[in-house]
Write a protein that binds this ligand. Structure first.
Ligand code: ZN
Ligand code: ZN
Length: 379
């Protein structure tokens, strides 16, 4: 493996070649003889290759003994070579339509391989095929090795997340262009989706426009409900940038003056979310951070209506480790990036959620979303 790096258009190396060495060392510590990585965030993290998930097998094979290689369908070889993986100095081999790619890999692995780490997102039909050709080899999730690497972002990754945060902030800042009484959630959502790609993403990951009572459903997406004057509207949006890094931010809007008790709910929520983003620092555990917001919301009488965890990690996937949830005693470290998104939902009435992506730094939490967190009242 040569020590080449992929230089992005912004001049920063997001996919350094030493990741393969680091991953192999981590696999060795975990007692794994090889990692088998299929298309998805782990493959992109390790090689920069944003491969299509297909029924045909694409697999990075990272053995403890021997050189790593990337086996791809013959027709995908040009795309793999054109990707950052082509600059890593690893072998990229194509398999032909009549080959059995699983047998090809099994034949190249030492017969002593007894314990393999398979990609967490590998399709079951592929793990089953590997099981058949690697007789007796026990399978474990490669994520047990890789998530620990992926959740500690390099400065280059943090910068990529910051660019994603700025991109989604530009969409929230334009919300008044589209969000108006008399339009349906779906009409507004279509405009938001177009803006997500216009403002620096290559993919729209999700668009939630929850108006009126729909705001009380955390994962409501879009409906044909016509938005009415006085409605609170929860807008939770995210996309993926060209670098592969994700954005995710929620703001709460009202079309004209909302009900008085909605203002009270939003004030409590904002107090909780601020307290949580202010509390981010190395050493605090994920569950302590969750409790800080939950206690404020509970003290205000809304505890039973905060029905989800505080947040999730973010990077090459919009949901990844670390999860900010009760029971997770992981101490936060510099480089960890995650959402802080408490919510309060009163069924059939309304709800609210405020969400920022935060990176833990030596000096505390660095919020990547900078649009105002107050209730935004639109005309
Ligand atoms: Zn979100
Ligand atoms: Zn989120």
């Amino acid at each position: 493996m040569h020590e080449q790096t992929h230089v992005t258009e912004t001049g920063q190396d997001l996919y350094p070649a030493d990741r393969l060495h680091i991953a192999r060392a981590a696999a060795a510590r975990a007692g794994l003889d090889a990692l088998l990585i299929s298309p998805g965030a782990d493959l992109r993290y390790l090689t920069g290759y944003d491969a299509k998930p297909l029924e045909r097998l694409t697999c990075l094979v990272l053995p403890l003994d021997g050189d790593p290689f990337l086996l791809v369908p013959a027709l995908e070889v040009p795309a793999a070579q054109a990707s950052p993986a082509g600059g890593l100095g690893i072998e990229i081999t194509g398999w032909n339509e009549t080959d059995d790619p699983y047998a090809v890999i099994a034949a190249r692995l030492p017969s002593s391989v007894a314990h393999v780490g398979v990609d967490n997102h590998m399709w079951a039909e592929k793990t089953t095929a590997f099981h058949a050709v690697l007789q007796g080899a026990r399978q474990e999730l490669a994520g047990s090795v890789l998530s620990g690497l992926r959740m500690r972002k390099t400065p280059q990754e943090a910068a990529a997340l910051r660019r994603a945060g700025e991109a989604i902030d530009r969409v929230h800042a334009r919300m008044g262009e589209w969000l108006r009484a008399g339009r349906t959630e779906r009409e507004v959502g279509r405009d938001i989706a177009a803006a997500i790609t216009a403002e620096g993403h290559v993919r729209v990951d999700f668009v939630i426009v929850g108006s009126g009572p729909n705001s009380a459903s955390p994962h409501h997406e879009l409906s044909d409900r016509v938005i009415r004057p006085g409605d609170p509207v929860v807008v939770d949006i995210g996309g993926t940038t060209q670098d592969g890094y994700c954005s995710d931010s929620t703001r709460v809007y009202a079309l004209g003056e909302p009900p008085e008790d909605f203002r009270r709910l939003h004030d409590v929520l904002l107090r909780a979310q601020r307290a949580q983003t202010d509390a981010v620092r190395p050493g605090i555990t994920a569950e302590q951070l969750d409790a800080i917001g939950r206690d404020i919301i509970t003290d205000a009488g809304y505890g039973e209506h905060f029905i989800h965890r505080t947040g999730h990690g973010i990077g090459l996937e919009s949901h990844e480790e670390p999860y900010i949830v009760s029971g997770n005693q992981l101490p936060l470290e510099p480089g960890m990036a995650f959402s802080v998104e408490p919510g309060i939902y009163l069924p059939d009435r309304y709800g609210a959620r405020i969400e920022d992506i935060v990176i833990c730094t030596q000096d505390g939490g660095d919020r990547l979303n900078r649009t105002g967190r107050d209730l935004v009242v639109l005309p």
